[in-house]
Design a protein around this ligand. Structure first.
Ligand SMILES: *Cc1c(COP(=O)(O)O)cnc(C)c1O
Length: 416
């Protein structure tokens, strides 16, 4: 058997044995497209369009303002929060949904700093997603703290060395570029030994792999609604505040929705009890209800099983890259060990941008991160091994034929 035939046989066998394969029907994906960018914008769940039509025409169009009561719009941020909570190991009453991840990062970091007054340091993963670093810097300035940006591997040692000087640390279990997964337990424990709080950014973890915030003893966490949670472009983000921190949670944005009695407001702000104090203003209801419908793609899905399939897909992708692409200037960046891998694979090639453009033109959608990473995310709810193989063989065809050359020069798209 040729290597290609061997890979095709392996893909067929793995897909035939895949007991999650029928979950693909829960998505409306265009035919003939291999979608490996669900880590940037999750695919459209089939449950969303009918719910949005109902929300638009009946709820907004007909029932108008009554919908706040009759369709429980008012309760949606906490109700959808609990639905997200089920995917991240959070018991009910600890998650609120609304606003962007950037805004929720600001809220979580500010509140964490206020929960640890008198401590002069804020620590952040140096290689974190830019918005996370920028917001950490702003929160540090607002509170006159020193910001320490360090490689992820050095965060625990910094906590041990600085001890009670650290107010909070911001980190992510999954690196957004390389897909490297770090066990959040070790850093959580190191922070707690120092008496500091950890803010976890779950953007590339929520819905992609089991996260057990309560069991972890996590303090605060945020994450994105439009990546693996499939809530649609600009879907609201989530904020987790552990029960034990809620009474002391001093929200930097004291909007009326977080007041103890939003419809009988007092002259001064009095926060609501529980996670409701993490509400701010009127939420983006259409997006929030789209996210609620989207989350039904996880109904009855065992996240451990989903994780096993995701690892099978990313492992197979790495094998395909070894066999098909190593001779053509590609190197793999994502760790080989399953326990160190999120749900995406990054390949390095100096012509990454042009290659991704050429792939997209052939119906294989991934993305790139400057300067030289090709990123392939797998949402195991709908991706198959055959698709992974098609992506890698298409990439080899492109590079062998030089079909990406036209994209090497000229104007790049705004979003890469
Ligand atoms: C996607 C992502 C964000 C996005 O923030 P927005 O405010 O939604 O644009 C932030 N942080 C990380 C780590 C991400 O992966």
């Amino acid at each position: 058997m040729s290597l290609d035939t061997e890979l095709a046989a392996r893909a067929a066998a793995l897909d035939a044995a895949d007991d999650l394969a029928q979950l693909r029907e829960r998505f409306l994906l265009p035919p003939d497209v291999v979608y490996l960018d669900g880590n940037s914008l999750g695919a459209l769940p089939a449950a969303v369009p009918p719910v949005l039509a109902e929300v638009l025409h009946r709820q907004w169009g007909t029932d108008l303002i009554r919908s706040w009561n009759e369709h429980a719009w008012w309760q949606a941020p906490l109700r959808v929060g609990d639905a997200v909570g089920r995917l991240i190991g959070a018991a009910p009453g600890q998650v609120v949904v609304g606003d962007s991840t950037s805004v929720q990062l600001f809220n979580a970091l500010s509140a964490a700093v206020r929960l640890r007054p008198g401590r002069p340091l804020l620590v952040v993963d140096r290689d974190h997603f830019p918005t996370d670093r920028y917001l950490a810097a702003s929160v540090a300035r607002l509170h006159a703290l020193e910001l320490r940006a360090l490689p992820a591997a050095e965060l625990a040692a910094e906590l041990a060395a600085q001890g009670e000087r650290v107010a909070a640390v911001l980190a992510a279990p999954v690196d957004y570029r390389t897909g490297r997964l770090t066990d959040p337990a070790a850093l959580t424990a190191a922070a707690h030994r120092a008496g500091a709080l950890v803010v976890w950014d779950l953007c590339h973890a929520a819905g992609a792999l089991p996260v057990d915030l309560d069991a972890l003893g996590a303090d605060l966490a945020v994450g994105c609604g439009y990546k693996f949670l499939c809530g649609g472009p600009g879907a609201p983000a989530f904020l987790y505040v552990a029960h034990r921190h809620q009474a002391g949670f001093d929200h930097p944005l004291t909007g009326w929705n977080g007041h103890a009695d939003p419809f009988e407001p007092t002259a001064e702000y009095h926060p609501a009890q529980g996670i409701a104090r993490a509400r701010i203003g009127t939420p983006p209801m259409l997006s929030l209800l789209a996210l609620e419908a989207a989350l039904t793609v996880f109904d009855g899905v065992d996240l451990t099983r989903l994780r096993a399939k995701s690892l099978s897909l990313t492992g197979f992708l790495l094998d395909c890259a070894d066999v098909l692409l190593a001779a053509h200037g590609f190197t793999t960046v994502t760790p080989r060990e399953p326990e160190r891998r999120g749900s995406q694979v990054a390949l390095r090639h100096p012509e990454a941008y042009a290659l991704v453009q050429a792939l997209t033109a052939r119906g294989v959608i991934g993305d790139m991160r400057a300067p030289d990473l090709l990123r392939f995310g797998v949402n195991a709810l709908h991706v198959s091994h055959a698709e992974v193989l098609r992506a890698m063989t298409t990439l080899r065809e492109i590079v062998c034929a030089g079909a990406h050359r036209p994209y090497l020069t000229g104007q790049r798209s705004v979003v890469t």
